[in-house]
Write a protein that binds this ligand. Structure first.
Ligand SMILES: CCCCCCCC/C=C\C/C=C/C(=O)SCCNC(=O)CCNC(=O)[C@H](O)C(C)(C)COP(=O)(O)OP(=O)(O)OC[C@H]1O[C@@H](n2cnc3c(N)ncnc32)[C@H](O)[C@@H]1OP(=O)(O)O
Length: 304
């Protein structure tokens, strides 16, 4: 995936500072008092995502921190892809745990405002960033564990589904699923394929058609998440799971992962431009724009 020049152009236009132009990122870990041995931990943070790599375990903790709801805007997606790329290229990193700093929300999915009332160029750029994020995460060589500590609709669910293992806080108020149909839109084929690979065809078909958001206990029953734990135990559990996965030789696990995911990844890679065109045509339709506007209004009304 030769994404670097595209990312660089997008960053330049979006105004988000690329990590390579910031003060040396690995220097931003807290300084140790003199005399103490250096903690084997490196950290980098950008506007919307914070990452800490523990070199002794090879595990990075990635935390979404984009209030109010960690929606996946173009800037967020760009930062996410850059963070994943940095970790992927870091020989010290073998696994990443993904979670959120926002109470009750893992991620609210794609930022609907990025898909409303914008021009064709913007839709194309946005959709390429969504694709890139998924290609990096689903195709990652690292062990990826989602610690889902809040609601996770649509694009948020896709992030969790793209990981190797999903642990969710056992709060029945938190829900997860691909609810695109509820917005009057359609989950793209690679969202659907990722979902099918986790829960199987029948469950995916029903859930997608109904645009279901499954409360945590139901998500566990469907196999959409692998286990539920009390929220305060989530990160501890994620670290334990990660240690179990990292006990295996990387090359064997990586080749197996790649064998399991290759067909789905290759499908998008082979049809990337066509997929972008389809998205642009679809999202530009007046009827779809109207559905999205109504959905946003409904969200706002729910508040008042
Ligand atoms: C023929 C085939 C062609 C193929 C074409 C394919 C097209 C496919 C296109 C796209 C796929 C789409 C994927 C998506 O991810 S769409 C996004 C789906 N997300 C949702 O439905 C979540 C909506 N949000 C919620 O349900 C709730 O906000 C919540 C549960 C996440 C949090 O609830 P709560 O804590 O009560 O917060 P609020 O509802 O008050 O929200 C706060 C604030 O944030 C705004 N907001 C919420 N979600 C989003 C979002 N996804 N994007 C943008 N903005 C969001 C919300 O409106 C509030 O704003 P405010 O009133 O201004 O404060």
């Amino acid at each position: 995936m030769a994404a670097a020049p595209i990312l660089a152009r997008r960053i330049a236009r979006s105004g988000v500072l690329p990590l390579c132009c910031r003060p040396p990122s690995w220097d931003r870990a807290p300084r140790q008092p003199p005399g103490l041995p250096l903690a084997p931990c490196r950290a980098f943070s950008n506007n919307k995502i914070q990452v800490e790599l523990d070199e002794s375990s090879g595990v990075a903790m990635m935390k979404f921190k984009s209030p109010p709801v960690n929606s996946l805007s173009l800037d967020f997606l760009t930062e996410f892809s850059i963070s994943l790329e940095k970790l992927e290229n870091d020989r010290a990193c073998r696994g990443v745990i993904i979670t959120s700093t926002i109470p009750k929300i893992f991620s609210s999915g794609l930022d609907i405002m990025e898909m409303c009332g914008k021009n064709v160029e913007h839709y194309g750029e946005f959709w390429r960033a969504v694709q890139e994020m998924w290609l990096r995460l689903y195709g990652s060589n690292m062990v990826t564990v989602a610690a889902v500590n809040g609601s996770s609709p649509a694009g948020g669910c896709l992030i969790a589904l793209s990981c190797d293992y999903r642990i969710m806080a056992e709060n029945p108020k938190f829900s997860i699923g691909l609810n695109e149909a509820q917005l009057g839109i359609v989950a793209p084929f690679w969202f659907k394929d990722t979902f099918v690979n986790v829960v199987g065809h029948r469950i995916a078909e029903r859930s997608l058609q109904l645009g279901s958001l499954h409360p945590a206990p139901e998500a566990l029953k469907l196999g959409l998440v692998d286990e539920l734990v009390p929220e305060e135990k989530l990160l501890e559990k994620a670290s334990a799971v990660m240690a179990r996965w990292l006990a295996l030789p990387d090359h064997a696990r990586q080749l197996t992962k790649s064998m399991m995911r290759k067909a789905v990844l290759d499908h998008l890679v082979a049809h990337r431009e066509e997929d972008i065109k389809n998205f642009i045509n679809f999202i530009s339709k007046e009827s779809i724009q109207k559905s999205l506007r109504m959905y946003m209004e409904m969200l706002k009304k729910k508040k008042s």
